[in-house]
Design a protein around this ligand. Sequence first.
Ligand code: ADP
Length: 597
Amino acid sequence: MMSGFIRVAGIVVLYTAIVFFLLGLGDYRGIEVLTVLGLPVLLSSWFFGLIGGAISGIASLIFSVPFVPDSKILPIAGLCYLAVGGGVELWHRLKHPPKTKKRSPHEHQLFKRSLNFAHIIDAEGHVWESNDRAGEVFGSPRRVWEFIHPDDQVRFREELSRAALRGEAGPTKLRTISQRKEVIPVEMKLVRLEPTHQARLALEMRDLSALAELENKVREAQARYRYLIEDAIDTLDTGILLLDKDARVIWANCTLEKFFDLDRDEMVGREVRRALFRAKRALAQPEDFERVVNGASEPFLFTVRTDGTERILEYRSIPVATERYKGGRIDHFIDVTEKRRLEQSLQEKTKRLEEKNRQLEEFTHVVSHDLKEPLRTMAAFSQYLLEDYAEKLDDDARDYLQRINRSSLRMRNLIDDLLRLSSIGARQETLEKVYLSEVFEQIKEDMKSRLENVSLQLPKTMPIIVANRTRMVELFGNLISNAIKYNDKPEKRIEIGWTQQGEFYRFYVRDNGIGIEEAYLEKVFELFERLNPRGDDYESTGAGLAICKRIVEEYGGRIWVESKVGEGSTFYFTLPNPRFSAPSTNGTREAVLAITD
Ligand code: ADP
């Protein structure tokens, strides 16, 4: 560009000098000056195009002003110069289209080193140049047809003519063949490098083999996943029917075929009513067929008989909300035959058990009352003898009578305990909110005299539980009573406390009594198990802890003891926290409203 200006300036200066010289020789007219000055315009336009023409024209005008008397002619002449310059440029360009701009070294490097396959080709498919990567894979082909896959050559030809016409074509996917005869999928683009005739085109191709491999892997994984899911669903015990938004069957599993004795291949694509029509007569209730085909929103049970097998199926329909099958539904047919059979047999067994329990309770009552009657007589008459005939009896006779009397009283206590034990859980007991602080108030009142020399330490706060109040008095009362009874220390201490443990409260009753040997830690909870029988103690029956165990277990909790002989024992037991659930006395647990302290 710069050298062009210097040349233009040189020519203008040279011509101006010549014109001045000629003007100095003789007379002149303005038009002659302009004609002479027009020569460099033409020449510079010829060589330097429009810009050259314009510059030399303007320069010539400036120089000619002092010599041209008629100033009006100057703008017209200026315009003429520009028109001539422009015209010459246009003609010049049309005649000699600009040569392809030589690529800069950077562009060349970019072309050569590109990771894509790049070729410079012409409209006939001759290869003029290839980059390194293309050379590695395709060698040195002379024509593109040597490496374009035969099946894709027609398409390539179309792309080629499109690029020749419009300047570019693609991106298009096609296959190429490498030197090693491997098929390489590519995405190609064609760009015309020269906008006029004799076009060269840049053919750039992106290797898609890695992408294709990845796509294959994804496809394989998808297929594997689908087969896996279908296999899994096929082996389910539940019949599955997938319907689209128009209630047409998309898919059904093997189990469904078996339940209704149908062929799923025949079902697919059909409207559900038609697909299941053959199974209609297998349904015990015809109206159930309507509920199934209409996709009842509420689950229901129905009976179906196929191949001599009667099944109870639970029908559940779930609407599909995901993209693909949106508006459709998945129908589940769950075989509940066995479950129903078990439920029925369980119900029958429970009924029988309840009846047996009732009979047993009646029996226990009758027997214990019948047993208590003669016992009462024995106790009363032995007492009369001891009181009224005391003088007539010798020491041995009195001792014998006292033993009979104590034994009959003990027998009465044993029968009472047995009755108490059998009554726990025998019938539904009333459950209420029990404030344990009130329970302890009652125990303190009941055991006032026995607690006189005992330090009873209660926690500051006590939880509220849902239970039978009398049972709670019995439970805590028994443990406190034992803690006093089995204590040889001059200063008897009992500590009661509790902690929260998951869905349960854990309580403890600790004493500083005689303790229990490790071997008996579980045995003490057995009925009529006494570790320290005392001859004169007819009150202790060995049933107290068995009763405690039965009460705790009736509420779903458990009881255990930790002890050290000579140092004392701690009895632990758990009872449910009503915030989570409340027990019912027959062992099942029902949800109740959370109760706050
Ligand atoms: P009972 O007190 O009528 O004998 P229990 O079932 O209440 O019957 O107790 C069973 C046995 O467990 C008792 O005979 C006693 O030997 C032992 N026992 C119970 N509580 C304690 C305790 N706090 N400390 C030591 N031994 C105990």
